[in-house]
Design a protein around this ligand. Sequence first.
Ligand SMILES: CC(C)(COP(=O)(O)OP(=O)(O)OC[C@H]1O[C@@H](n2cnc3c(N)ncnc32)[C@H](O[C@H]2O[C@H](COP(=O)(O)OP(=O)(O)OP(=O)(O)O)[C@@H](O)[C@H]2O)[C@@H]1O)[C@@H](O)C(=O)NCCC(=O)NCCS
Ligand SMILES: Nc1ncnc2[nH]cnc12
Length: 291
Amino acid sequence: MMDTLSPATRIVDVRRSGRRAARLAIASLYAELALYPKPGLVSLVDNGSHTDMNALTFMRSLFSLRHYFRLIFQAGCNDAPFATLKRLGIEAEERMLRATGGVNTHRGAIFSIGLLCAAAGRACAHGGEMTAAALQSHLRAGWGKELANHVAPVNERSHGLSAAALHGASGARHEAADGLPSVFRTGLGALRRTLAEGRGPRQARIDALFALMMHVSDTNVVHRGGPQGAAFVRIQASAFRHAGGTASNGWEAHALAIHRAFVERNLSPGGAADLLAASCFVHALTAEHER
Ligand SMILES: CC(C)(COP(=O)(O)OP(=O)(O)OC[C@H]1O[C@@H](n2cnc3c(N)ncnc32)[C@H](O[C@H]2O[C@H](COP(=O)(O)OP(=O)(O)OP(=O)(O)O)[C@@H](O)[C@H]2O)[C@@H]1O)[C@@H](O)C(=O)NCCC(=O)NCCS
Ligand SMILES: Nc1ncnc2[nH]cnc12
């Protein structure tokens, strides 16, 4: 679509879009935190399988990211190189750690939702409708090659890389290198299906989380519970979904029982939680163009 806006109007439009994207990113992180029951994960009700963080830790963390998402959106508008995104991501991680007293709450979300904000900025600058397909296309066209190289960096250590080395878990790096299929296919698909069946946002987010837990190679789960823990998560998520998910009358008691089973086993699907927030972000950002 030809750009018919004047340069001054374009600048205002991009700034307004960046602020909107940042608001939606923070709102999506809060929507994930507030969802309950969420197997093994921190919510406003309890701390799940975590002794090092609670809802306040997550609130401090998401508030510390309010400028980051707007800045990385603007970097995307300017077609910034991956090195710029990486610098913004590392600076955001440092602010997150200062806000949480050193606890890793949103490292994965800084990565996945940060990349989506950059893709949104690129889509905004190139014009055209902000659809999910356009977002995924701009993510791949903008930084696909660098993300493919980001899969196994040298001289870095992390829980995710050790889970990959020890157990072959693929994690956030592979997810992004593949164009975030868990967001654009699994998470977004589950959100849309449940809403189309007439159930509300809470049920849609629960169904999306369990779909993600079934399909995602989550390095948090492998880091904490090894391959056996990962198998347990998949089996429980599959059982919930085969019982009908939130279409089943007893879904809440079933989800609560799974939450308690994960806590007993110290399991926490933090990767699936991040991807749920990322799916909620894409759904909100593209809603007006996907009718
Ligand atoms: C690419 C990075 C995310 C680094 O990835 P890597 O795997 O090397 O490093 P980790 O530190 O392990 O972070 C991975 C986090 O990503 C989330 N995650 C896991 N699996 C997936 C997946 N399949 N798809 C997407 N995301 C995934 C997950 O993050 C969430 O869980 C963490 C909280 O849970 P917890 O159990 O407490 O985690 P820990 O503290 O590690 O364990 P304990 O000590 O408590 O037992 C929290 O991070 C949530 O967000 C994984 O933890 C990226 O960070 C990177 O490369 N950064 C450098 C900057 C950069 O390049 N940025 C690019 C542009 S934005
Ligand atoms: N609610 C949550 N609990 C634990 N880890 C998480 N990672 C992202 N969201 C999380």
